[in-house]
Ligand binder design. Structure first.
Ligand code: ADP
Length: 626
């Protein structure tokens, strides 16, 4: 029979897998059982609408069989099965997206992390313990079976075969022990298999059965000194009651964590667990998790958000996106409700009224959990913020700030108070009695903002400033407009409305400013005396309306809008540089014109805006040395 080759990438991965020193080789069983359970789920789901399936939920099972003479372990399911092309596509190629990543992990880190399940290479893990694998399968709706066989890296064969029932048998020929005694022979013992099922697959919702030896009194033996014999009986290993169906008080945090790690293939325990049990208009149970680290593909198109949706024990949707808004797209979990209408198609489910009820209550639960974390487990929250804060901020921009109510209490910003992250609620609590606004200053970094001349006055008044180092920060504050009635005010805005600001001396220096404006033309909207600069000579302000950082943001994301902030050149009339200019204006107007250019360019530099003509500017500065 013709031997078919594995695709190159899969072959390399297989070789690694076979020679792997991966310490948790035992997870292969979990992987095969979860494939079997998925296959049953698929047929079970089909059975809801296709009477031809002719099986009830309780007819489905996963069987494990040991053959000690042949040294094989078989995982059998009566799920959907595979046809020839599916065998080829599913077992001949390792999911491309996952494999490269996985290989890097395997090669890099001596494979301590549990990365096997994570990258969709589940089936192949069986080669860690087997030197030959046979898959015999028959697809639902087809009358013939297919046999797939492989010794590992040198390829595989596929041929038609007889198979009575729909489903799949995966037959592993277990390797001989290597240097380590019992390394593989342990998988030939019923008890080992039992322990592995308990450890990794206890919540699989279909019975996992195996023939187990039971001591039985031999028939006809003397009841006073009975003789025993071993009889094999089918035993169901897994408890099957899903964790989310159990009472919260009966489940430990360790169990919740273990379920998450196993079910969602995350080596890291979750940061938060939210268990919900609701009775009423709509009854449902849910188990939601906030991951402890950013999921592998999070933020890329390959990441699929959504919760698993079960109804009456059947998985009806793997990634139901309608249950949580975009802002919480990092949340993983399961939701089960007996009330969902299973006769509707998956698309129609989106408009299901019950689903809407569930969704709005889950949304509130997640929000409440985050608020509690922020209040009571600050360090945890900051870790969460580092992982997923950006998602909250971006969502705050959705629909012109439509999610303000939902998100405003959860956002963190860098603050001048203690130089640490702060929530808006905390800022407002610290506000001085006479303070009208929530002040902020945008810039590229905390250090850059601290050097801004515009924040001098706020500092002098000992007012707390939010440092908006992320471009979206200012857009968020602009869309929110206020937080609980306190408006946001940029340090860059002209008037900060503070007591003790300098007198506006624009009128007194009208000629001087007229000279500068004439020189700069349309490049500036206005030239005026600054009421807030103390030690710095100049700055730009944008007045009310769009600010420089918003201009930068929109230039980057939507240049076609041509958004431009007003450029008001503020001059510190007490500064020696201005005095020098004012003298030059009378005695050497050419030089004064150069000074005017320099004021403007300096103001641009400080605002972090690009110079219109950098080399012209440096020539100009140097020309003053003559
Ligand atoms: P994953 O399960 O992560 O997709 P696997 O390598 O374990 O990756 O399996 C590849 C694919 O092979 C599965 O997605 C499924 O389509 C198919 N498959 C594996 N085992 C079975 C099975 N027992 N019954 C039906 N299909 C299966």
């Amino acid at each position: 029979m013709e031997k078919r080759e594995f695709k190159a990438e899969s072959r390399r991965l297989l070789e690694l897998m076979i020679h792997s020193i991966y310490t948790h080789k035992e997870i292969f069983l979990r992987e095969l059982i979860s494939n079997a359970s998925d296959a049953i789920d698929k047929l079970c789901w089909l059975g809801l609408t296709d009477e031809g399936v002719g099986m009830a939920r309780e007819d489905f099972e996963i069987r494990l069989t040991l053959d000690k003479e042949k040294r094989t372990l078989t995982v059998s399911d009566n799920g959907i099965g595979m046809d020839e092309s599916e065998l080829e596509n599913n077992l001949g190629v390792i999911a491309e997206s996952g494999s490269a990543l996985f290989r890097r992990e395997l090669e890099g880190k001596e494979t301590e992390a549990d990365v096997i399940g994570q990258f969709g290479v589940g089936f192949y893990s069986a080669f860690m313990v087997s030197d030959h694998i046979t898959v015999v399968t028959r697809k639902y709706g087809s009358d013939r079976g297919w046999r797939w066989e492989s010794d590992g890296s040198d390829g595989y064969t596929v041929e038609p075969c007889e198979k009575d029932a729909v489903g799949t048998d995966v037959i592993l020929h277990i390797r001989p022990d290597g240097e380590e005694a019992d390394e593989f022979s342990r998988y030939m013992r019923e008890y080992t298999i039992y322990k592995l099922v308990k450890k990794y697959s206890d919540y699989i919702r279909f019975p996992i059965r195996m023939l187990m030896p039971q001591p039985k009194i031999k028939e006809g033996s003397d009841p006073k000194s009975p003789e025993f014999e071993e009889v094999f009986e089918w035993e169901t290993f897994n408890s099957m009651v899903p964790l989310w169906q159990r009472r919260k008080s009966e489940v430990t945090r360790e169990e919740y964590d273990a379920f998450y790690q196993e079910h969602f293939d995350d080596p890291e325990p979750p940061q938060s667990v939210i268990a919900v049990s609701a009775e009423g208009l709509v009854s449902y149970k849910a188990l939601l998790y906030i991951p402890g680290k950013v999921p592998v593909r999070y933020g890329t198109d390959d990441y699929k958000p959504g919760l698993q949706l079960y109804s009456a024990g059947v998985l009806i949707m793997d990634r139901c996106q309608d249950l949580l808004g975009d802002e919480f797209n990092f949340v993983r979990g399961v939701v089960e409700s007996p009330d969902l209408n299973l006769n509707v198609s998956r698309e129609l489910l989106q408009h299901d009224r019950q689903l809407k009820v569930i969704s709005s209550s889950l949304q509130k639960k997640v929000k409440a959990e985050l608020e509690t974390m922020l209040r009571e487990r600050r360090e945890d929250y900051e870790k969460f913020w580092k992982n997923f804060g950006r998602q909250l901020k971006i969502s705050a921009l959705d629909n012109y700030g439509a999610k303000k109510e939902q998100l405003q209490d959860l956002l963190l910003f860098w603050s001048s108070a203690d130089n640490a992250l702060t929530a808006l609620g905390e800022y407002v609590e610290r506000m001085k009695p006479e303070q009208k606004y929530i002040y902020y200053a945008p810039g590229d970094s905390v250090a850059a903002i601290e050097r801004l001349p515009q924040i001098e006055t706020l500092r002098e008044h000992e007012l707390e400033i939010l440092y908006f180092t992320d471009r979206t920060d200012e857009i968020v504050s602009d869309m929110f407009r206020d937080y609980k009635g306190k408006q946001f005010r940029s340090a860059m805005a002209g008037d900060l409305e503070l007591d003790g600001e300098k007198k506006d001396e624009t009128e007194a220096y009208r000629d001087a400013f007229g000279f500068i404006k004439a020189r700069l033309g349309d490049r500036v909207t206005e030239v005026k005396a600054s009421t807030r600069l103390k030690t710095h000579p100049v700055c730009l302000s944008s007045g009310k309306g769009i600010t420089f950082d918003m201009e930068k943001y929109f230039t980057a994301v939507q240049p076609e809008l041509g958004m431009k902030a007003k450029r008001i050149l503020e001059i510190n009339v007490d500064h020696p540089a201005f005095r020098a200019f004012d003298v030059a204006r009378v005695v050497d107007p050419d030089k004064a014109a150069k000074y005017a250019e320099i004021f403007y360019n300096q103001a641009l530099l400080i605002a972090g805006l690009p110079l219109e003509d950098p080399s012209g500017y440096t020539d100009l500065v140097c020309s003053l040395w003559n």
